[in-house]
Design a protein around this ligand. Sequence first.
Ligand code: AGP
Length: 612
Amino acid sequence: MCGIVGYTGRHSATEHLIEGLRRLEYRGYDSAGIALGTPKKLFVEKRAGKLINLENSLGKAIPDAHSGIGHTRWATHGGPSDKNAHPHCDNEGKLAVIHNGIIENYAELRSDLESRGHTFDSETDTESVAHLLSELHKGHKGDLASAMREAVALLRGSFTLLAIHSDNPEVIVGVRRNSPLVVGLGEGENFLASDVSAFIEYTKRAVALGQDEVVTITPSSVSITDLKGRDLAFKEYEITWDSKAAEKGGFTHFMLKEIFEQPKAIADTLLGRLGDKNQIVLDELHLTKEEIKGLAKIVVLACGTAYHAGLVAKYAIEKWAKIPVEVELASEFRYRDPIIDKQTLVIAISQSGETMDTLMALRYAKAQGARVLAVCNTNSSTIPRESDAVLYTHAGPEIAVASTKAFLTQLIAVYVIGLYLAQVRGVMSGDDIRKIFNEMDELPAKVEQILETVEPLRELTRSFSQSTSVLFLGRHIGFPVALEGALKLKELAYMHAEGFAGGELKHGPIALIEEGTPVIAILPFGHEYSLDEKMLSNIQEVKARGAKVIVIAQEDIVVQGADHVIRIPGAPALLQAVLATVPLQVFAYEMAIARGNDVDQPRNLAKSVTVE
Ligand code: AGP
């Protein structure tokens, strides 16, 4: 998604803006630009492509400005081009705007503005805002914040906007609707950005803007109002990440670093979850015992990898807590008239806490009376702020677009929720709960063990690097893992990949198997339904048709007929989703390398999808 940065203070704006945009590159983009707060007319430079193109075009003739706004664009309306890059300006070049989101009524705004003599340069929705704001700025006698408030009343859609005007260049005004916006509080300087990574090395003091709030920053002041212009008090928080944490720490890619951070991420997420009386602790839930006992069902809302964590949640929560669980693709949920009421607990799973599909779905569920528990990895992001409760995962900053450590910690979070609900509802004994929790406590070391043996996987992956398609098979908890393995391969290796329930093979997908088709089979382990045997016959079925089979299997499982077996440590079936996923993450990573792809910022993808 688009990256937004604003700076006003005593240092060179260009340096702070470019550095800020560099730290937001992970969000995925296809053009970049800045506007500097120079008097009379703003200095604007913008280029399609990567940030380096913008830096090269800036050259040496950059005015000495101490305020400005910067943007990395992920194209929605209008393809990636210099003209469609942000910032967008009014016709006099005195006002510039940058935007994250979608202005749904931009076309009617544009024709109104053109009928009043405005001429447009680009195909974007954002440029309409620049011309509209320019008119309102005059109407409000140069009060940019009031002009912004009036403009917002005329816009439809989701938008976070920053604006700057050459009449008062040290002032930057922002507004936030849906897409995130945070303030960085400095000494004699202040920042605005889509997320804290943009200014973390200059200040750790931040304020997260709420829905429909308008912020005005100068080098010495920050003020926030509602859309009516009423001042709002705001709460500062300290950013717990340090800028080093967001560095690669010696790894070639953020993704590899984050794969190797998984043991610690799991341990950190488990920390404090077993109380001194050996009971599961989940105080954040804010539900009374009666409310928990009165729950009729749970609905999980999520997208992508987080959705796969939701599928695992279904197995665990239904098995342990005996509550029906529905798992919904957030983007589909609210269009099918779902049955939601006060007896529904919604769990919204999101690493970024900004995924628009998930946010809109949880808003719908709340409007129907549901209680919402967020499972999130990003402090003070929108989804937890709009939920009734939040269970933070502690994976630390996940920079790579492909989610890895966030996924494993989402699994830990939903396991903790399942055990806690079982404990409160009295449907599992304390001993059984503690036994499972102790097994969870061993997962960091087991993931560590797997990571120590990934070397052979590198060679193996390269032998499949020219394949056009890879199939993933799993049963029970292995099925969501198969889906996650396929997603990783799609988004990193740009290969067709599909995950199937093993039992579904004979209902169609087996027709896909031909000589040399790579099939990765994930065996559920020690499962009481003896699913291992069924998976082993699936392996025979695909082998008989020429498939090349890689099996992910626990140490003590005898596997016949596979071309390669990747061993992982034993664990109770439901917890195996954590361990079986790790080799698939490494497989996808190595495949991306073998195919020369951009591992941390795969094409067309964004780390946080803040448009619907
Ligand atoms: C996962 O590798 C993808 N990057 C994507 O599917 C992601 O999981 C999805 O967009 C949800 O993001 P969220 O967890 O931040 O809501």
